[in-house]
Design a protein around this ligand. Structure first.
Ligand code: ZN
Ligand code: ZN
Length: 179
């Protein structure tokens, strides 16, 4: 797996305890990514808040992340925050991504059991990174790219890419290196 020299910058959108983020960083490194945390939180303005829904709109936060981090020398940028967000047509999202940029919303992933909370964050950060690098949803139930509609779905899947997604990711990253 170490042929992957892709680098990931994790950006905080709200204060987040290292206890919550460190396991995700460690997991990405175990998958062969170089991962770093940018410790200056991204300021998400209240103008992006929908007061009727009491949620942030994921599309507009993603635009902000794209604007603020377009110049950074990382393969992918994943912003993580204790935020509840929705996307067009969806009641809520755990994450929302586009090419190179991803966001993860941990508020609905919270559990009184810290290890469960950490595990959910690992899975959603890995999932959104998969999207940011070009992977789509996967039908394999244990695959981290399986779509999760609830925390129960998140708990059911593993922290790993299935064989098919893993192979696809490797070829995407190899193609990127050639550029
Ligand atoms: Zn997804
Ligand atoms: Zn898969």
């Amino acid at each position: 797996m170490n042929e992957r020299h892709a680098s990931v910058l994790i950006v905080k959108m709200t204060p987040l305890d290292d206890v919550l983020l460190n396991p995700a960083i460690k997991h990405l490194e175990e998958l062969g990514f170089k991962a770093a945390v940018f410790n200056v939180p991204l300021h998400v303005p209240l103008t992006l808040y929908n007061w009727k829904r009491r949620q942030f709109k994921a599309e507009t936060i993603l635009d902000l992340v794209k604007r603020e981090f377009s110049d950074v020398p990382y393969t992918a940028i994943i912003a993580v925050g204790y935020i509840d967000a929705y996307a067009e047509g969806l009641n809520f999202v755990f994450g929302y991504s586009t090419q190179r940029y991803g966001t993860v919303y941990v508020k609905r992933l919270k559990s009184d059991d810290v290890s469960v909370y950490q595990s959910r964050i690992i899975k959603e950060v890995t999932h959104e990174l998969g999207h940011a690098l070009g992977l789509e949803h996967c039908d394999v139930p244990r695959c981290v790219m399986n779509f999760s509609n609830s925390v129960e779905d998140v708990d059911k899947k593993s922290v790993f890419f299935c064989e098919k997604c893993s192979a696809k990711l490797s070829s995407i990253l190899k193609a990127k290196q050639r550029v």
